[in-house]
Design a protein around this ligand. Sequence first.
Ligand code: SF4
Length: 401
Amino acid sequence: MPPLIFRKGLDLKDAVAGALAQDYHSALIEEIKANDFRYTAGRLTVHLAREFGFCYGVDRAVDYAYQARKRFGDRQVYLTGEIIHNPHVNDKLRAAGIRFLTDPGEDAARLGADDVVILPAFGVTVADLQQFQDQGCTLVDTTCGSVLNVWKNVTRYARDGFTSIIHGKYRHEETRATASQALKFPNGRYLVVLDREEADYVCDYIRHGGDRDAFLTRFAKGASAGFDPDRDLVRVGLANQTTMLMSESLEIAEMLRVAMRDRYGEEALADHYRAFDTICSATQERQDAVVSLLEREPLDLMVVVGGYNSSNTCNLARICAQQVPTYHIAEPDGLVSPTAIRHRPVQPAGAPKAPVAEIETRDWLPLERPIVIGLTAGASTPNNIIGAVVQKLDAFARLPQ
Ligand code: SF4
């Protein structure tokens, strides 16, 4: 029997709605939204960004995971890794008996027709999908439509002989999955650039050529096998990981366009360069909402809530840190006390690419006077976590000084 793939849920939306509400809903956040996104208590004011938290893709992925658990109660259900980058949500799924594969490519070999595998919102590589299908697993595919849109463009680039330049993080599941789409065609190629600095290096090579070996060393982990910059940067198409910083993606698109124009001339540009804006609307709305909040309200500081490996959360924190002191916390527990906060230091663009450890900062909350805090959360953070953050801030503000 061919493997089953569920791409539109499992007809159990109503049956899991109660469990989802219980695990992720927050009455307090609904109240704050109804109160013009403002919470006040004594000397504390919290302004919530007007777009925050769960995006449509995450909402759907978590919903389908709950449906899968309910529908296949008698079978082992697996996730190919984190369904989204939020520790609270992943813990809930583990507690429901869903197992996480550590290396989908290898782990797939021991799965079989009785097993159910949930594919996450950011998708899986073409090779991993094939392997799960070859093993006969039942698949619940939660890949977000916005990610599928990126894949469509990358596939088109490869079909037309263009190398995909992907603005993203080469280790991120979504970017790995997107890059694999470029390899569906025999001459498909990709190159992942993290930021302006890497894009600038590529642009320089496009204009003037350069040291091929140095190029390959620099992009050893972010280029397709057999990549040759002298051959593979002649026709390029740009795509983005959907959760990158919008302003940086637009800048990189322009940098590449100008470099290709300088190299091949305006008239030949269409033969050498293509670009599609593939930042998803949810990411853009959350970034726009914090920009607007920072412009609108005089804030003492910002708290940004979301997994430390959540790309869109890190980018929200980067935007905020340009204007006010910003604390990126993974969980409400990060708010240790009015004098201590555990958080991930915000990394500016071009910062070293090594992993960043959580730190504790003292005297972060100026409670001797009225305080105004801005609050937002990445697309994988549920409302109950954001509500718990507000409750902690409220409790701190009520402590005697
Ligand atoms: S951040 Fe965007 S692409 Fe990713 S799951 Fe959410 S809506 Fe989809």
